[in-house]
Design a protein. Structure first.
Length: 225
């Protein structure tokens, strides 16, 4: 996943490095698993293994949030889980509008993990008359002509773009004009946004190409060996 925005990158609010922010959801997910198992305390080494990161990096990341651990004892799982959730903004409800209800948009609309993480899909929008009016994930798909109305009525601050690349920029501009300040972009195209708007870009093809690169390297090493 890559980030494309006109917002200055590197150090977000409260002086937490961008790289640390990117790992906080990973720690939160690992802690969620521990909570589900009834684990009360966890050492930094154990949490690092669960999150798949280096223990020293984990300790440094958590130091940016405050002193939540006890030397020789570790971290209280429930408390650290809550503190990271609070830092990520997951203790409040975030309304989301999805634009583009093709295969990917439908999968996102049906994904049950959003609600448990503080995200509520309030609107689905598409340009295709064939799917407008259809029920998807408990919501009625609205026409693209009503995009601004859907955003405002739902109080959405986050927009998800799952459209073809050719229409992504126009959709983004309309979302921003309607009041959306954060965009998750699945379209294979960079987006230009004004200051104050954050964009996260998910390019599945690029991620697969990176994996292909590593697979090719592993194959080359195997042949050489």
């Amino acid at each position: 996943m890559s980030r494309t925005s006109r917002q200055p990158s590197g150090t977000p609010a409260r002086g937490i490095p961008e790289a640390t922010v990117a790992r906080l959801p990973v720690y939160h997910r690992a802690l969620s698993g521990l909570v589900d198992k009834g684990v009360r305390m966890v050492s930094s080494d154990e949490l690092a293994r669960a999150a798949g990161v280096n223990p020293a990096k984990l300790r440094k990341d958590l130091s940016h949030l405050g002193s939540y651990g006890t030397r020789g004892v570790g971290y209280e799982v429930d408390y650290l889980h809550y503190q990271i959730a609070r830092e990520l903004g997951l203790t409040q409800d975030w309304a989301v509008v999805i634009v583009g209800v093709g295969n990917l948009g439908r999968a996102l609309a049906h994904y049950g993990g959003f609600a448990s993480r503080g995200f509520r899909v309030v609107g689905l929008v598409d340009v295709d008359p064939g799917c407008v009016g259809e029920q998807v994930g408990g919501l009625t798909v609205q026409s693209l002509d009503r995009l601004e109305e859907v955003v405002r009525q739902g109080g959405a601050s986050i927009g998800v773009i799952a459209t073809p690349a050719s229409s992504a920029q126009g959709v983004c501009e309309r979302l921003v004009a309607a009041g959306v300040t954060s965009v998750l972009n699945f379209a294979p195209a960079p987006l230009a946004v004004p200051d104050g708007v954050d964009v996260r870009r998910v390019d599945l093809a690029v991620e697969l190409q990176i994996l292909a690169f590593h697979e090719q390297r592993k194959s080359a090493v195997g042949v050489a060996g």
